[in-house]
Design a protein around this ligand. Structure first.
Ligand code: SAH
Length: 233
């Protein structure tokens, strides 16, 4: 089977693999368990200066990535028949969720366009059916770090990437709740003991305690998630 494969379209391909080149993701990349290709949009730039952007129609500050340049980059990186979804990292996109991450991990890979400056000409988003994805309600200076966030979240779910099998399942969001708190040695630290139940050896009681803690922390910090979870169950 072909490994899960990502193609990133960016003005700064030298940013990749960056942090994805170390630790579990990096080791899996070197083992060939996933593939990463970063392609420079500027290869499709216009004229001697390989221009990729221009001033916004209607005026205003900044520059906008040209539809024709971006489309040419997409068409080479992701020709018709490429089954991979095409993402545009954008603060106007649908917020990334663990559910979408799981879907992406189950698929063949992804193509991701990283915006810069004021963003991308709206017409290429429609014309190339780009799925706009946001990594949060704040504005980054470019889509590259956002693309790395998507990749990091996906790659850790690929088979063979994370050492411990169970480690990917029992986690924040996977059950619709935030995770219960963790503790390790020393048993007593600065007058704060580990909750005694965790050292009781009673696994049923531990599971019940963890479930209750997960509900408590979710209700407290993320009432939106808690409400969703209660609706479902
Ligand atoms: N003028 C735009 C912001 C452009 S920021 C606006 O107000 O919506 C430049 C680029 O950074 C964007 O094109 C996008 O690719 C990336 N970016 C910025 N914030 C992001 C976020 N929260 N999620 C995903 N990508 C983001």
């Amino acid at each position: 089977m072909k490994p899960w494969s990502a193609t990133i379209l960016t003005l700064y391909p030298e940013m990749f693999p960056g942090p994805l080149g170390v630790s579990l993701a990096g080791e899996a990349l070197r083992r060939g368990e996933w593939q990463l290709e970063a392609r420079n949009i500027r290869e499709h730039g216009i004229g001697r200066h390989r221009a990729v952007d221009d001033t916004p129609a209607g005026g205003g500050p900044g520059m906008v990535l040209r539809a024709d340049v971006v489309a040419a980059a997409i068409d080479v990186a992701s020709p018709p028949g490429d089954p991979r979804p095409r993402l545009l990292l954008s603060p106007r996109g649908r917020p990334l969720t663990q559910a979408r991450v799981r879907e992406l991990a189950a698929g063949p890979g992804l193509v991701a366009l990283c915006g810069r400056f004021e963003g991308v000409d709206e017409r290429v988003i429609a014309g190339r059916e780009l799925e706009e994805v946001s990594v949060g309600d704040y504005v980054l200076s470019g889509g590259e770090i956002a693309a790395m966030i998507v990749l990091d979240a996906v790659v850790r779910l690929l088979p063979g990437v994370m050492g411990k099998q169970g480690s990917g399942i029992e986690e924040s969001f996977e059950g619709g709740l935030l995770e219960y708190p963790h503790y390790t040695r020393p048993r007593d630290w600065e007058g704060r003991p580990i909750p005694p139940i965790l050292t009781s050896g009673n696994h049923a009681a531990i599971a019940t305690w963890r479930d209750a803690e997960a509900r408590k922390v979710t209700a407290d910090r993320r009432p939106d998630l808690a409400a969703l979870h209660n609706e479902k169950s």
